[in-house]
Design a protein around this ligand. Structure first.
Ligand SMILES: Cc1cc2nc3c(=O)[nH]c(=O)nc-3n(C[C@H](O)[C@H](O)[C@H](O)COP(=O)(O)OP(=O)(O)OC[C@H]3O[C@@H](n4cnc5c(N)ncnc54)[C@H](O)[C@@H]3O)c2cc1C
Length: 393
């Protein structure tokens, strides 16, 4: 890491410890994020950490964005998920919005005056995003939106929704403001994890969307607009999973040093040490994969896509292993409400479902492996062909 990245990490860590971590368990129990916590994050300016300076953001690099997601994820996965969805929408507007759209929305997203959510999933469309059925029909100069989005993180509170509906041209992205007549949301409670993430059902009943709120070209809502958002989303979720690994390790080491069984602290029992050592190695590996994904993203390297997928796959599955072992190390206390272990387990499991499920990353990574192997063989094949051509002459 550079000196700037290191000093940013110190700042993020101090903020997460002081302002976010104390709220994590109460928010988990109450199943809601207090507005004061969102304000505390907005007041740092970090809701706009990755938004370019010309649009009022801090214009920091991807590694710093990842470090922030990691520290928030260590303290509270729900707040980390706020950063994720907000940053995804800002990124999509920055990448696919017109100059007018960037100037209209990004400065207010950067300060946190507005928060944003991404609404793609529906009761009948999750991994297969192109199956979205929410109807987007042309009406005069604008659009009419009818349908039902489900599982929308911070959908209950977001001021701006990036919605992917289906127009005559295919999946199409539009921006919908809270307060639009016909827009209705309802909190989904009793989630397994990220229980404070204000995740909501969102209904559109004849919502009028102005023509200037179309984001990108009709038909490119999944392939381009949501695609750009999801690439960044899986990167910050990978880092959030590193944060969960950090939290698991800290909780397990602390508890194992204090709890005694059979006349010794349980950290002296080899099978407990094995759980801690696996967690430690997984955390180190996940962190390095995330740093590499960030470095490639900053370098605009074409390998950044595969690196983010690898990091997300590894870090989220490792977080589930670590959180399960954290519960195990805590015994009955791990199953109860007085320790963070059960919150960490639920949060970790959600990481395996969102931003591309484990299985989608597995199939995608296998494809990268086959392509890599084909590329490696090609120079040899090319040389053989060149030899054959020379011989024929
Ligand atoms: C807490 C939470 C927050 C969320 N936040 C948002 C949000 O902010 N915005 C949003 O739009 N969505 C959000 N989602 C939805 C999330 O993106 C979807 O749950 C996810 O894409 C998976 O879709 P699904 O649940 O419909 O599962 P499905 O797509 O039905 O998949 C079910 C199972 O089948 C497997 N599967 C599916 N296809 C394949 C395949 N081709 N090969 C192998 N296995 C396959 C999956 O891996 C999974 O195990 C959220 C979900 C949760 C739980």
């Amino acid at each position: 890491m550079t000196d700037d990245q290191r000093s940013a990490l110190e700042e993020f860590r101090a903020f997460a410890d002081a302002e976010i971590a104390p709220h994590a368990d109460p928010a988990h129990r109450a199943q809601r994020t207090e507005p004061a916590v969102v304000k505390a994050l907005a007041d740092t300016g970090w809701m706009g950490l990755a938004i370019p300076a010309e649009y009022g953001g801090l214009g920091r690099d991807a590694v710093q964005l990842g470090l922030l997601a990691g520290e928030l994820g260590r303290a509270c996965s729900s707040i980390r998920s706020l950063l994720t969805v907000h940053t995804m929408v800002a990124h999509a507007i920055g990448r696919w919005g017109s100059r007018e759209q960037r100037e209209r929305w990004l400065p207010r997203l950067a300060t946190g005056e507005l928060t944003a959510a991404l609404a793609v999933s529906e009761p009948g469309a999750g991994s297969d995003m192109a199956a979205v059925a929410t109807a987007l029909t042309r009406e005069g100069e604008g659009w009419r939106l009818d349908g039902h989005k489900k599982w929308i993180t911070y959908g209950e509170t977001a001021d701006l929704l990036l919605v992917v509906g289906r127009s005559a041209e295919g999946p199409t992205a539009v921006l919908v403001e809270r307060g639009t007549p016909g827009l209705r949301t309802a909190l989904i409670t009793d989630l397994i994890g990220i229980r404070a993430s204000m995740t909501a059902d969102v209904w559109f009943d004849g919502c009028a969307v102005p023509g200037e709120n179309l984001l990108g070209r009709p038909g490119l809502g999944v392939s381009h607009v949501a695609g750009a958002a999801l690439d960044l989303g899986r990167y910050t979720v990978a880092w959030g999973s590193v944060g969960i690994l950090d939290a698991c390790l800290a909780a397990s080491v602390d508890y194992a040093g204090r709890r005694e069984a059979f006349g010794a602290p349980i950290k002296e029992h080899q099978l407990v040490r094995r759980m801690v050592s696996t967690m430690y190695a997984d955390r180190q590996a996940a962190r390095l994969l995330c740093l590499e994904a960030g470095r490639l993203r900053d370098a605009r390297d074409p390998g950044a896509l595969a690196a983010a997928s690898t990091a997300k796959y590894f870090a989220s599955t490792a977080a589930v292993r670590a959180a399960s072992d954290t519960v195990q190390i805590h015994g009955a206390n791990g199953c109860g409400p007085d320790y963070p272990a059960q919150r960490l387990l639920g949060d970790a499991k959600v990481m395996e479902v969102i931003e591309g499920s484990t299985q989608l990353h597995q199939t995608g990574l296998a494809e990268y492996a086959f392509q890599e192997s084909a590329r490696a063989r090609r120079p040899h094949a090319d040389a053989v062909t060149a030899d054959a051509v020379r011989r024929d002459r």
